[in-house]
Design a protein around this ligand. Structure first.
Ligand code: UDP
Ligand code: MG
Length: 323
């Protein structure tokens, strides 16, 4: 019998967990052909999330959990989970039920047909402001145009991954992670299914614009060096103009005779060049910062407790040999 792992990163989700668990358990009871593992990753929640999970784990042997030593963020919580899932396939799902678990049978269906990465694409996003929808759209567009890998638009982390995709993702040990772009990078056979994104059942979103901007900058800087190229091109263009202007000033001084005016244009040039230089330095700094962070080679996360539920043996059938 094939094992399917459901990976649930959870941060302060005490209100959502009961709803989620009931829906997942109902679903799993209907899908008799598979063995299930529910792997919760408690990402340093400050509420009762861990207690609730531990409670489930006591009553239900399908429940496994990882308790991280503090809040590491969803991206890290996901890799912690991927490192520990036992299933032949893994479904990553949000704890707040914005991703309907009822889509899982459909994902399994396509997995059985041979697809490795069955991802859910949002058709609508109820309960999100137009500003969030707009920024998210612009972000995908930008990421798409500067990286050379096809990025799936309007797609979150809600997806089913075959064992071999999980094994591939486990080899990505970078600390500033953009999992969405990694899903695209690894390739394999992808299948898209459409769904309506529901509003959260309870609690509040943990994202704010500061976090989203960080994620966006990480997403771009971790997958492309195109901004460095922008700095180069801008520098070249500005130099060309500066050179032309230099010739113009020298010639006009020689032919017409110099005068003291020209202060506004001088200021404009100095300020403009200063701006371009700062921008370029900033871009270089982004990359130097990334190099700094990655060279520290810290562990991605620390685990306070791991409880491994019932399907105790990882089925080796589909596991890729280690290189
Ligand atoms: N999450 C997490 N760590 C965090 C923030 C969020 O594990 O630091 C989890 C959260 O519990 C939820 C999922 O990531 O299961 C998505 O978070 P959220 O619903 O806040 O994001 P949104 O759906 O608004 O993008
Ligand atoms: Mg959510």
């Amino acid at each position: 019998m094939k094992t399917v792992s459901i990976l649930i990163p959870a941060y302060n989700e005490e209100e959502s967990l009961t709803h989620l668990f009931t829906r997942l358990a109902n679903l799993a009871n209907k899908l008799k052909d598979y063995e299930f593992e529910f792997l919760f990753v408690n990402d340093g929640s400050k509420d009762k999330t861990l207690d609730i999970i531990q409670d489930y784990a006591e009553k239900d042997s399908r429940v496994a959990y990882i308790n991280l030593s503090r809040n590491f963020g969803k991206e890290i919580a996901m890799i912690a989970g991927l490192d520990h899932v036992k299933g032949d396939a893994t479904v990553i799902i949000d704890a707040d039920l914005q991703d309907p678990p009822e889509l899982i049978p459909k994902m399994l269906h396509f997995w059985e047909e041979g697809f490795d990465d069955v991802y859910a694409k949002r058709e609508t996003r109820d309960g999100e402001t137009w500003l969030k929808q707009f920024t998210s759209k612009m972000y995908y567009r930008t990421l798409q145009s500067v990286t050379h890998i096809p990025i799936q638009e309007d797609t979150g982390d809600f997806r089913l991954l075959d064992r071999r995709v999980v094994e591939a993702l486990k080899e990505f040990r970078e600390s500033q992670r953009n999992t969405k772009a990694m899903f695209s990078w690894v390739g394999f056979h992808k299948k898209e299914i459409l769904y309506n994104r529901d509003p959260r059942v309870a609690g509040e979103t943990h994202w704010n614009y500061r976090k989203l901007i960080n994620l966006a900058v990480d997403g771009i800087t971790s997958f492309t060096t195109a901004p460095l190229r922008v700095a180069t091109v801008a520098g070249m263009l500005v130099s060309v103009f500066a050179f032309i202007y230099l010739i113009y000033t020298v010639l006009s001084a020689l032919l017409v005779g110099s005068s003291a005016d020209g202060y506004p244009s001088m200021m404009a040039v100095i300020l403009f060049l200063g701006g371009v230089q700062l921008l370029s330095l900033g871009i270089i700094g982004e990359y130097v910062g990334r190099i700094f962070n990655e060279t520290k080679q810290r562990p991605l996360y620390l685990i306070e407790e791991y409880h491994g539920g019932k399907p105790s043996r990882r089925s080796a059938s589909k596991t890729r040999p280690k290189a």
